[in-house]
Design a protein around this ligand. Structure first.
Ligand SMILES: NC(=O)c1ccc[n+]([C@@H]2O[C@H](COP(=O)([O-])OP(=O)(O)OC[C@H]3O[C@@H](n4cnc5c(N)ncnc54)[C@H](OP(=O)(O)O)[C@@H]3O)[C@@H](O)[C@H]2O)c1
Length: 312
């Protein structure tokens, strides 16, 4: 344990991180939080395995290159996530250095909690897909992925064969496919009707509810787990609610902030398994992880949330 920590310090110093920053990344105020409650979980339909409803995205936020100060900051972000019952981390080769940042931090931080690693294949061609997924394994420092997703349907016919073969070989545990912000919904629905996937990832939030029409009911019918990307509309939801009060009844569903309000809305849809908000800030991560605990709104409360949001 001690030598692991020394090795981690050496690696951080190699990246140019000052020991004061390292001290901050292990700050008891952030890190010594114990999980006082049990996270809200939902079952992956394909297996029954339980996932905490709040995961973590890495687009833009973890694409930091060799920025040492940001690496120290993201060490704190990751700790805040894991210390509050987080498990699923979503990345992609599309996100610059994000996979490397995740691999570096997760392989060095000590946690007893299991991390559910998810990334994507985002290229065309059989061998190109294999090469990219193998590179992702090296970057994220894992010898198998929990979830491998086909990013934005790119060459999905080719990669689906590889994903199924890799699943049979135990290199990945679950298969998935992704889209975002309304793109390719009809084509994706056609694919999900004909082919077996364990997960689908799509954009869903209180402002962008297009997937309620087709994709969410389909996922529910077909027993496909749903990951929600852009639960904050890429941060845009905070623009419309800045300075506006939460409804008095938000406390009934354990929401103390707009971030928690938006996340609880997204994950309370019966088809949704887990939302993957992204942040580069510790206080935002702590805020977001508040939605990992307490109750969830029922359908009546969800309607009230929609009505309240529309008039703010
Ligand atoms: N096609 C695909 O497969 C696809 C497409 C889009 C996204 N994704 C995945 O989904 C993840 C999430 O989507 P996203 O990153 O586009 O958007 P998002 O999670 O809806 O929004 C992220 C933005 O919200 C801000 N934020 C986070 N928590 C906050 C809080 N508590 N209070 C105020 N602001 C907060 C972040 O800024 P700060 O850093 O300042 O906190 C960031 O600018 C991505 O990272 C990626 O992993 C996948």
């Amino acid at each position: 344990m001690k030598s692991d920590r020394r090795q981690f310090i050496r690696e951080l110093l190699h990246w140019g991180i000052a020991t004061s920053a390292l001290g901050a990344s292990f700050s008891p105020a952030i890190l010594a939080q114990t999980i006082k409650q049990t996270p809200i979980t939902k079952a992956i339909p394909a297996s029954g395995e339980l996932l905490p409803v709040i995961g973590m995205g890495t687009s833009r936020t973890f694409d930091i290159g060799a920025d040492a100060a940001m690496l120290a900051q993201l060490a704190q972000v990751l700790n805040a996530f894991l210390d509050n019952g987080g498990s699923l981390i979503d990345s992609s080769p599309m996100y610059g250095s994000a996979e490397e940042t995740v691999g570096y931090l997760t392989s060095n931080l000590k946690t007893e909690q299991k991390i559910f690693t998810a990334t994507k294949v985002w290229t065309s061609g059989h061998q190109e897909g294999i090469d990219q997924m193998q590179a992702s394994m090296r970057k994220m420092r894992v010898d198998r992925f929990d979830l491998m997703q086909i990013h934005n349907l790119v060459d999905w016919q080719t990669h689906l064969k590889t994903l199924n073969a890799w699943k049979a070989e135990g290199k990945i545990r679950y298969t998935g496919i992704t889209t975002s912000h309304g793109r390719d919904h009809d084509e994706l629905a056609g694919i999900l009707r004909k082919h077996k996937f364990d997960f689908v990832q799509l954009s869903y939030n209180i402002e962008d509810r297009a997937v309620e029409r087709q994709l969410l009911p389909l996922a529910q019918d077909r027993g496909i787990a749903v990951l929600v990307n852009r639960p904050f509309q890429r941060g845009g939801l905070f623009g419309s609610t800045r300075g506006k009060p939460l409804p008095s009844w938000a406390a009934e569903i354990g929401c103390r902030s707009w971030g928690q309000f938006f996340l609880k809305y997204a994950v309370s849809h019966p088809a949704v398994t887990c939302a993957i908000p992204a942040t580069s800030k510790v206080h935002h991560m702590l805020d977001n992880m508040g939605a990992n605990f307490g109750g969830l709104p029922d359908s009546k409360m969800r309607s009230e949330m929609e009505a309240y949001f529309q008039q703010v």
